[in-house]
Design a protein around this ligand. Structure first.
Ligand code: FES
Length: 81
């Protein structure tokens, strides 16, 4: 999966996922949603990679689905509307 580096990665997210970017997505490890997006854009395209790089989902794992959703949207070839 290749991510186009020139386009704004946030354009690939549906509006609902663009909210609260400066809030913690993983509250147990205080990982900002934006930090997770950055990690995905920089090549962490699996939950395992995100875990290693940001420590998100390492707590109870409750935010795993949110991380999966972000990966899915950011790594899809066409822009989701
Ligand atoms: S909020 Fe940290 S694992 Fe879900």
């Amino acid at each position: 999966m290749k991510i186009d580096p020139v386009s704004n990665p946030l354009d690939k997210l549906p509006p609902i996922l663009k909210k609260n970017l400066d809030r913690n997505l993983c509250v147990c490890n205080e990982v900002l949603k934006m930090d997770i997006i950055d990690a995905i854009v920089n090549g962490a395209t699996s939950v395992g990679e995100i875990k290693k790089q940001t420590f998100a989902t390492v707590g109870s794992g409750c935010c795993t689905q949110q991380v999966e959703r972000l990966i899915e949207c950011l790594c899809s070839p066409e822009t989701k509307k």
